[in-house]
Design a protein around this ligand. Sequence first.
Ligand code: ADP
Ligand code: ZN
Length: 736
Amino acid sequence: DDVRKMPAYTGRMNRASDRVRVILLNSALGPLDYRVPEGMHAEPGSIVMAPLGPRKLPGVVWEADRFPTEEIDFKRLRPLREVRDGVGISAPLRRLVEWTADYYLASPAAVLRMVLSSGAAFADDRPIVEYRLNGMVPDRMTPQREQALAALAGEQGTVSELANIADVSVAVVRGLEKAGALDRIEVPVFATTDLPDPDHGKIDLNEDQARVGSVLIEAVRQRAYKTYLLDGVTGSGKTEVYFEAIAEALRQDRQTLVLLPEIALTEPFLDRFRTRFGAEPVAWHSGLKQSERKKNWRALAEGQAKVVVGARSALFLPYRDLGLIIVDEAHEVSFKQEDGVRYHARDVAVMRGLNEQIPVVLASATPAIESRHQVEQGNYELLELPARFGAASLPDVEALDLTSDIPPRGSWLAPTLVRALEDNLGKGEQSLLFLNRRGFAPLTLCRTCGHRINCPNCTAWMVEHRLTRRLACHHCGHVMPQPEKCPECEDEDSLVACGPGVERICDEVKALFPEARTAIVTSDTIWSPAKAGEFVAKMEAGAIDIVVGTQLVTKGYHFPNLTLVGVVDADIGLEGGDLRAAERSFQQIAQVAGRAGRASKPGHVYVQTRMPDAPVIQAIINNDRDGFYAAEIASRRAAAAPPFARLAAIIVSSEDNSEAMETARLIGQTAPSAEGFAVFGPAPAPLAMLRGRHRHRLLIHAHRSVELQKLVREWLEDLEWPRAVRVGVDVDPYSF
Ligand code: ADP
Ligand code: ZN
């Protein structure tokens, strides 16, 4: 059933499918050949266990029969050990794995690991053993046991999951179990999910929505590939419209995958989905427990799970019969994976749609330049929802010039914004202040000697987190207690916090309005879907007056009583000036502005800036998306920047700086020369040191007609470098 072109079968062969070529998941080796023992059935796509040395490793049969087989004598091949019944990796998905590995210069095994999801595929029918507290207190108590008993109230999980939650060793949890304080629960790996009902909470679409909805419904019926850019302002009903496409997929008994940019968004999405379809979809993200992971993998691979909502890794799962892919908030940066296989989930989603011959919907209120360009090229179909639903209108946006509307010393909110917050509090409506900086202050500086506190592992400042009274590096996670005196000149009382983070803004709000109920929303406070759920419930119950948050609050949320938004510093995003700075700022401010006035009450947005005349700010104030996009696309074209050309970065890193530099120089010296292919560098990477590794970078600029991956692969293949040096390629890098 493999549709790739195979060499014609000519040689003498053993019986068909006796010999198979297998990609092993956990091996750096290429595909290996095995023998299929008597009585076992294995074909391309079969999930198998195969021997390697003394071990038994999981893998997938990639080819059978028809490949050149002269290298190893059949009799010397080792036999496969096991094959998994009932579930396999389809030909379109195998092609996607190959394409992804090829395009992003990764190994097929690394991509395949995402398909089989850390062993979830090899679950047998044995239940997973979990534990939870039973209220018994052991006779012998230790500080660790105390800590675990306090932390584990209401929790259930495997021994290692519980140890993680309680921040104690596995031995402590085992000890509690032996002492009789834990109940043992066997969780079956079978899924018994309620089926979503396409007609459960059906709503009437307005005219624009109905027009777009019927296009998508027809697309699902057609069972053919096509990518749609669902471009509608915030609150226009994009979700309601793509729900209609999901309803159609349900009627056709086919599966839908919905990709979301943040796992924090899955919880509100599950609620909303339940309201519409009467049952929950299956979730897929890094926060799942082992038992959920196995259960959900199985449900989607066997086809019981009809709708899966997940983070980018859900893209590679082996759905039994996928009929539709939705990428919501498709412009989001977080769809680009920055370690391991460096892929862009939005782009791979389109490729999966093509392989599976199914429609793909990219939904966004602020589409990426790349996506708009695809529409202009005639590759994607544009579906527009120009107006907010119902009585809601887009909020008024006003710039506050910080050079004339000056905040008092030591504060960050302009007098006009403070008055607006006061008004809004008086009316009993909710407000949101947006600043894309976690913590209290981004920099701690010594007034006496000028020393700045840096991370020991990264080229980055340590960020003060006053709530936890620590300094933290936002790149490697290194933390230290807040120092009492300057580590350099040892002067006491000389350290000052410079610049604001969300915690500092929240302090300012509390000082101004002691009676206001505030909440900080960042990945420090909302670290799980459950926490996101709590926040949403509080907002909906009106238990919060003013939210101070990072980009985490700019996405997806719908709070009818939220009518005022203040962007604390619109200029941050424009610093650094990389290619996407303007686009990213525009998207971020437009998205956060889109949280205001989403229902019948009108919204108002204040944007604090020192550059009120900058094109980005002007475009936001005048709601001139089309003008902004046209100008951006023109400037990209003029600069021969993506999407009009292609970029790739080669990152060379090592704990030893001279080793990294030497390797980067060697790679630079051996760069191929080809028409339309230019290599710049090496130069220190933007984060010159990260997690203790020194990083050097080469940047490749190529015409669209150049076979970039092929050139890079052949170039690096022949080179050797010290074992401790890592060389990674980032194709279509996001920031540079
Ligand atoms: P978007 O995804 O474009 O931001 P949503 O789908 O979240 O927009 O819609 C915004 C709000 O309006 C939601 O509360 C949604 O339920 C409501 N809404 C949109 N369309 C309709 C409709 N046709 N009937 C009733 N409510 C609707
Ligand atoms: Zn660091």
